[in-house]
Design a protein around this ligand. Structure first.
Ligand code: EPU
Length: 434
């Protein structure tokens, strides 16, 4: 429940990157002994990945604060079951390390999700080129290889997950693997740095050509996860939409170049500091056009938050979503708050409104949920955001962090929400009617 209108001020610290931590957790499977990951956010997706590892027979637990200890030295099973994969699609990244370590992996078919169909054909084709035999049937993918042999894999699209899965499969393969048209996200560099510190030999991460020379063994290590660039971007947009002045500590400006550029184009003062990034916002945003693209393009994971900001901009903006086909489901929710956004295919036209008003809205997915919360910060009156479980998947202590910056936001038990109350009124009315 958010009462809009407060100006956010002060500083906020960004947690470790979800989309890096999840892959480092999978990569730790490749070590001969335990790894310690520092800066792992305590979010729902991380707890799901802990459960995935535990069920594979790998001990994974938080020791102190944000240190996650993963010990892959016991007997490991090669099978990840459907109930976990269906909770979190990212658990598909255990396929590569299991195949490399055990020569076999059986993982439930992840299927689509709220934001799109999310195929994994590029992962599977890459494994095949490394010599794995892939069998699909009864909702499972089975990958088997007596020995993986390095090969050149050219990805038809720079998929983040396929690049990561292939890098992890290739680190112990015989000979050299080259991944062409690889994804270039900072999380790919983080994964390569982690694997190299474990003893792998990877060159070129962060460019579109990654070379992996197979090695015999990897050892567990201690490693610090990079800061979450999407969380950082979300707070910067929160500063902008609330016309605030906030410092986002630990934010890496070099991971956010396109986002900072678009915020500057919308008229905001952005200062890159040694400790993070500051945004000073005292006026309405100017309209800007945005196209989501693989890194270093504008991240799809900040598209909804930016759309919330532009729904209050002076002028008309166009957002083109090039990565996931269902990310505009957000539009019908934010339009309930008085935004004026219409979509056509992968384009959204946003006529900036002078104000939006609080409403009862529902999170369709993680990033859209964050976008709705940001809209609530700027809306007149009270906004009730339902199904915030999606937001808890990826943001650590989101409402506490916003509240410390001055937002009027609180978590409300479900039975006290407007939806629940109007439902009970309906029941009451129908009971009276008999
Ligand atoms: N694709 C294929 N075939 C494949 C793989 C991908 O067609 O084999 C398509 C997908 O359907 C999609 C596009 O390629 O349309 C991009 O998919 P990609 O593989 O790059 O994304 P991902 O690895 O599934 C990660 C993040 C997403 C983020 C995207 C893009 C994790 C756990 N997830 O997903 O994060 O949006 O990269 O940057 O790292 C989020 O955090 O909210 C989130 C969805």
């Amino acid at each position: 429940m958010i009462k809009g209108g407060n100006r956010l001020e002060g500083s906020v610290s960004v947690s470790g990157a979800k989309n890096s931590a999840l892959k480092l957790m999978a990569a730790a499977i490749l070590g001969d002994n335990k790894s310690i990951l520092q800066g792992v956010p305590k979010i729902r997706d991380v707890f799901t990945m802990i459960e995935v590892l535990n069920r594979l027979g790998i001990k994974a637990e938080f020791k102190k604060e944000d240190q996650l200890v993963i010990d892959p030295s016991g007997n490991i099973s090669c099978e990840a079951s459907y109930d976990l994969i269906s909770q979190m699609r990212a658990s598909i990244v255990v396929l590569g390390p299991l195949l490399a370590k055990l020569g076999e992996a059986r993982v439930a078919m992840p299927g689509g999700c709220n934001i799109g169909s999310r195929k994994i054909d590029l992962h599977l084709r890459g494994f095949e080129l490394l010599g794995a035999q892939i069998d699909m049937g009864q909702g499972y993918i089975q990958a088997k290889a007596d020995i993986l042999v390095g090969a050149t894999v050219t990805l038809a699209f720079p998929s983040v997950g396929a690049t990561e899965n292939l890098m992890m499969a290739a680190v112990k393969a015989k000979g050299i693997t080259v991944i062409e048209n690889a994804a270039r996200e900072p999380e790919i560099i983080d994964l390569a740095n982690f694997l190299n510190s474990m003893g792998a030999d990877i060159e070129g991460a962060g460019t579109s050509s990654i070379k992996v020379q197979g090695v015999a063994a990897l050892k567990g290590i201690k490693y610090q996860v990079i800061p979450d660039r999407i969380e950082a971007g979300t707070f910067l947009i929160a500063g902008a939409i609330s016309r605030g002045d906030i410092i986002v500590k630990n934010a890496c400006p070099e991971h956010l170049e396109m986002v900072l550029g678009k915020l500057r184009d919308s008229g905001f003062d952005i200062k890159e500091q040694d400790t993070g990034v500051r945004i000073i916002a005292d006026k309405r945003a100017k309209a800007v056009d945005i196209a989501t693209l693989p890194y270093p393009g504008f991240p799809t994971d900040l598209q909804a938050q930016m759309m919330a900001l532009l729904s209050l901009a002076d002028g008309t903006s166009v957002i083109t979503e090039n990565i996931f086909e269902n990310r505009f489901v957000f539009v019908s929710e934010i339009n309930k708050m008085g935004s004026n956004i219409r979509t056509q295919g992968q384009h959204a036209v946003i006529e900036g409104a002078e104000r939006i008003k609080g409403a009862c809205v529902r999170c369709p997915d993680l990033r859209a949920g964050a976008g709705l919360i940001l809209a609530g910060l700027a809306a007149k009156g009270t906004t009730e955001v339902e199904e915030i479980g999606h937001v808890e998947r990826g943001y650590e202590n989101f409402e506490q962090k916003l509240s410390r910056l001055g937002a009027d936001i609180q978590r409300v038990p479900e039975e006290m929400t407007e939806v629940a109350q109007s439902a009970s009124e309906c029941v009451g009315r129908s009971e009276k009617k008999g």
